[in-house]
Design a protein around this ligand. Structure first.
Ligand SMILES: [Zn+2]
Length: 287
């Protein structure tokens, strides 16, 4: 990888000019040159395989990776990973189709595979953790007196999220926003000890967060920040996701919402440097 924090398309072309260069990289990440028999692996000429000098065992570096069954050249795959890792507001199949000069179907499949393989971390958050829920998608109008509110809300997806201040984020599409669902997300994603849980005043937290040190702001009383008690970080993430989806993807069906969300979560958790983000994606997808 290039030395500086910036990593652009020029760096990518320099580092991975050919399919061979990509393949060598994959071999280096996944395998050692030394065979357990004491021999050394060498690339077989004109082939995508390495062979041990002593026991003759062969390795195909792409076996078991997302590139394995693809007819798309590795340089295009690496280019797709680079574009994905740079696109903080998300990336649509249409954009990738133009960028790589492949068919829409191919671009869409590549994106789907990349999102499904994202190396998102799972460990529990701690410290100052903001938690909140949001509603996404759906159409229609609740009517003058909110008489259709129930129907409109049923069409929407619930997303639950928690974020460490200056740290990582977790977000999930949930079946509903009931207390039990919130509790399950909370217990799976947030440590109880060493955490100050920051939420709005919703009474749905009362029981499930009883054993957490929790502080809340009363949004219905127009209170948004009290000292450092607020949920601005997670709300900022929600608006970024909503803006990005309406700008880039126009609409996302409920079926794919989680995988798009995983993309935004991954970008957020790898937001500090372009170079790290690309290598983390490439490396994470391979391991
Ligand atoms: Zn060997």
């Amino acid at each position: 990888m290039a030395k500086s924090d910036k990593y652009g398309i020029y760096d990518l072309r320099n580092e991975f000019p050919t399919d061979d260069a990509c393949l060598e990289y994959i071999f280096r990440v996944l395998h050692s040159e030394r065979c357990s028999c004491g021999g050394r692996y060498k690339r077989l000429p004109e082939r995508r395989q390495w062979q041990c000098s002593k026991c003759r065992y062969q390795i195909a570096p792409t076996a078991g990776t997302l590139f394995e069954k693809s007819a798309t050249p590795l340089t295009k795959w690496f280019h797709a990973l680079f574009v994905f890792s740079s696109a903080k507001s998300g990336l649509s199949g249409k954009q990738l189709e133009r960028e790589l000069n492949v068919t829409y179907k191919t671009a869409w499949r590549m994106l789907k595979l990349i999102r499904a393989s994202l190396p998102n971390k799972k460990h529990r958050l701690l410290g100052d953790v903001e938690m909140d829920e949001t509603y996404f998608g759906g159409k229609g109008n609740a009517g003058k007196n909110n008489q259709d509110l129930g129907k409109v809300m049923d069409d929407k997806s619930v997303i639950l999220g928690a974020v460490e201040r200056d740290g990582e984020i977790r977000a999930e599409v949930a079946p509903n926003a009931k207390a039990a669902t919130i509790g399950q997300f909370l217990h799976t994603n947030v440590e109880r000890v060493k955490t100050r849980l920051l939420t709005d005043e919703s009474n749905r937290y009362d029981l499930v967060a009883k054993r957490y040190h929790r502080q809340s702001v009363n949004h219905s009383q127009q209170e948004y920040v009290r000292d450092d008690v607020h949920t601005n970080t997670i709300e900022g993430f929600w608006s970024h996701v909503k803006r990005s989806i309406s700008g880039t993807h126009k609409a996302v069906s409920r079926r794919y919402l989680q995988s798009y969300l995983d993309g935004f979560v991954w970008h957020y958790n790898n937001r500090h440097s372009d170079r790290d983000r690309f290598s983390a994606l490439l490396y994470g997808l391979l391991r």
